[in-house]
Design a protein around this ligand. Sequence first.
Ligand code: SF4
Ligand code: SF4
Length: 285
Amino acid sequence: MTDLDASIRAMVFSFIQDSPENTLKNQANDRAFEEPIVGFSNGNDPLYQFYKRDIGEFYLTPLEIFSKTFPVVNIGASELTVVSWILPHIEKTKSDNREQTTYPSERWARARIYGEQVNDKLRDHVVAGIKGMGFEAVAPMLSPIWKVYEDSRYGRASNWSERHAAYASGLGTFGLCDGLITRKGKAVRCGSVVANLKVQPTERLYDGHHAYCLFFSNVTCGRCIQRCPVGAISESGHDKNKCRKHLKATEEFVKENYGFEGYGCGMCQTDVPCESKIPTERDLH
Ligand code: SF4
Ligand code: SF4
């Protein structure tokens, strides 16, 4: 591990470990996230060009995002690094949501709203930390460049995906329900920053984008199909429109029952074999 690699990891770890910002903002002042995982990918990784071809021309590569943000910096894709992280939900958030069948538990809904605010603060923190080291950095999700498009093939799709950056950065593979299965499971949130620095990319210890999902490894699973309250997951995958409609419908429930503006579901991320680990056949029994 280089000094740069270690410093960036430490930035993410110390924020989640020590910052009072890491909170669900509930009475118990629970932390939003447990110890993160951090990975790196090079800006010239062919996967980013593949995403552009596969997802659509609107999808931005790390170089495109960096160059649009810093037009005066003349740089090649290989001089960029994508720093990606995984923030695992705390056990109480997961165990509460395991008990739910339709609407999110309060902690889960808080993690969706206040947890994502923690993630945004972490994005800012990493950008500021990298700039403090003398480099330029941008968090695509916080950039005005970030947009959502209606795509004929994938439905609503954005021009940067935290999960795709995490996949490229060796942090996990996709499940049948589209969530990213990491070594800390799928009950997680992801974040990333693009910077003009060079760090050794994290090795991808998998041989395909569904490698960690039991449904795709000749084993029956499909527990996320059963968990979805609105039939948004099937053997053909994830129906984003059905899912989005259900998320919208949870807004009223969250407001009435938990007293804040929020939403969430996460049934397919909890009480499933891939919730907190890379699942094995044994987890099906
Ligand atoms: S619950 Fe089973 S089928 Fe669904 S993503 Fe997890 S491992 Fe794959
Ligand atoms: S988030 Fe909820 S509605 Fe959406 S796919 Fe998962 S279980 Fe279904």
